[in-house]
Design a protein around this ligand. Structure first.
Ligand SMILES: Cc1cc2nc3c(=O)[nH]c(=O)nc-3n(C[C@H](O)[C@H](O)[C@H](O)COP(=O)(O)OP(=O)(O)OC[C@H]3O[C@@H](n4cnc5c(N)ncnc54)[C@H](O)[C@@H]3O)c2cc1C
Length: 401
């Protein structure tokens, strides 16, 4: 396993770090307080090539490898989780699914504008009554001639009120829905402009406030059959493979949040004095900072390993899941301790650690909750779970389309 970074990786890391520090960090507190998603961030990310970072040049992307996607995720979440979420839904969950399963026509029509950043995309799986239990979703797609009629509601969807394109999972087989047989699920490429589509923003959220999270409704919305991604009945597989890429960006992003918590805590601990010395000199404060460092390093190695497996085209559901689980749980620990190191100041918005604390919790819930990941990892060890090959796999880095 070679986890060393190339010059191209380092350049990307530096470029994203400088852009986020210069153009977003000074405004993020106000955006977060105002609960405002700033759409002007999207063209800036597009100009940096981030909206198509691991998409081949032939499809309008930057043609970089999957480690680059991880590095960008880590750097973005170092500044704010809302930035990394854009990569997760637009690049990882949606665009890389198109790259994996799409027909040439679908790639030309949807992937190219997404990779160039002229269209924004997201992923709609969760519903009001079903998140972890994917087979519990209620959205249906009724075949009608050369189209499907979709009806249902998707909830807690990142960029729901912003995106142009949606990857939607719905039941296309009513009998299989009754039996909860996942081979009755199908994936659809949906456009905001389709008749019967409407969306809204969730206003009551208390984290990732500079990001858009919402819902969308499909009211007898007609979708042409050429907009099925994969084959009819492959929707569950499309969704699970999409999560392999989404979870990877969440893992790398949580790693960035741990680093942000560590850096803020180290700086504050050397400024703040208690009992005649800077608090960094107190061993229990050191213990918190040391734990942030070990969590940061371990999380980074885990997502790098998953990225390396993606680069060589090896199945990585287990390794990506472990990276996501470990890093997100560790990020909650790091953010909690960062608030602790800051004392009462950590409890105010004057310091960023309170925002880290609010933001990190989402990632412990989405893309597989902490509990679902714990079960998955136990099942791998116990031999109850084994990954079977899928008809389409994420292409290895640098492979020709
Ligand atoms: C900020 C944010 C952004 C999101 N963005 C998206 C998005 O872009 N697209 C999308 O499709 N979804 C998105 N989601 C939804 C997210 O993926 C779901 O919330 C998640 O899958 C959990 O589902 P749930 O909320 O329905 O919880 P539930 O599945 O109802 O779980 C509730 C609790 O029960 C536990 N539980 C459930 N089943 C078991 C079990 N078998 N064993 C042990 N414990 C169990 C869970 O771990 C959890 O603690 C987002 C969520 C948030 C908060």
């Amino acid at each position: 396993m070679d986890l060393s970074l190339t010059d191209e990786h380092r350049l990307l890391e530096q470029t994203v770090r400088e852009w986020a520090a210069r153009d977003v960090a000074p405004r993020i507190k106000e955006l977060d307080r105002a609960r405002r998603f700033d759409p002007a961030i999207l063209p800036q990310m597009a100009a940096l090539g981030l909206l198509g970072v691991s998409v081949p040049v032939e499809y309008g992307g930057a043609g970089m490898d999957y480690i680059s996607l991880g590095l960008a995720s880590e750097e973005l979440e170092y500044v704010d989780t809302s930035l990394r979420v854009i990569l997760s839904v637009h690049v990882a969950l949606n665009s890389l699914s198109l790259l994996t399963w799409g027909t040439e026509e679908q790639k030309r029509r949807y992937l190219v504008p997404q990779a160039q950043g002229t269209k924004i995309a997201t992923f709609g799986l969760t519903e009001p009554a079903a998140g972890s239990d994917v087979r519990g979703i209620q959205s249906v797609a009724v075949p009608k001639g050369d189209r499907y009629v979709l009806t249902g509601e998707k909830m807690w969807i990142s960029l729901a009120d912003v995106a142009d394109h949606f990857l939607v999972i719905a039941w296309s087989d009513a009998d299989k829905k009754k039996r909860r047989d996942p081979s009755g699920l199908t994936a659809f490429l949906v456009e905001r402009g389709f008749k019967g589509f409407s969306s809204g923003t969730i206003k009551e959220k208390w984290g990732i406030l500079a990001g858009n999270t919402g819902y969308f409704t499909m009211d007898e919305m007609e979708v042409p059959e050429e907009n099925v991604l994969g084959r009819p009945g492959e929707g569950f597989k499309v969704a699970m493979l999409a999560l392999d890429q989404g979870r990877y960006t969440v893992a790398a992003g949580a790693t960035g949040l741990i680093r942000a918590a560590r850096d803020a805590s180290a700086a504050y601990a050397k400024e703040r004095r208690a009992f005649g010395t800077e608090i960094a000199q107190h061993q229990l404060v050191k213990a918190m900072i040391a734990e942030m460092e070990s969590d940061y390093q371990a999380s980074r190695l885990l997502w790098l390993r998953a990225g390396w497996l993606k680069n060589i085209g090896a199945r990585n559901t287990r390794e990506t899941g472990l990276a996501k689980w470990f890093a997100t749980v560790a990020s909650e620990r790091a953010a909690g301790n960062a608030v602790q190191v800051h004392g009462a100041n950590g409890y105010s918005d004057d310091y960023p650690v309170g925002r880290y604390y609010r933001n990190c919790k989402g990632a412990v819930i989405y893309e597989g909750t902490r509990e679902i990941h714990a079960l998955m990892q136990a099942d791998y060890v116990l031999g109850y779970r084994r990954d079977r090959p899928t008809r389409c796999e994420l292409p290895p880095a640098g492979s020709k389309p």
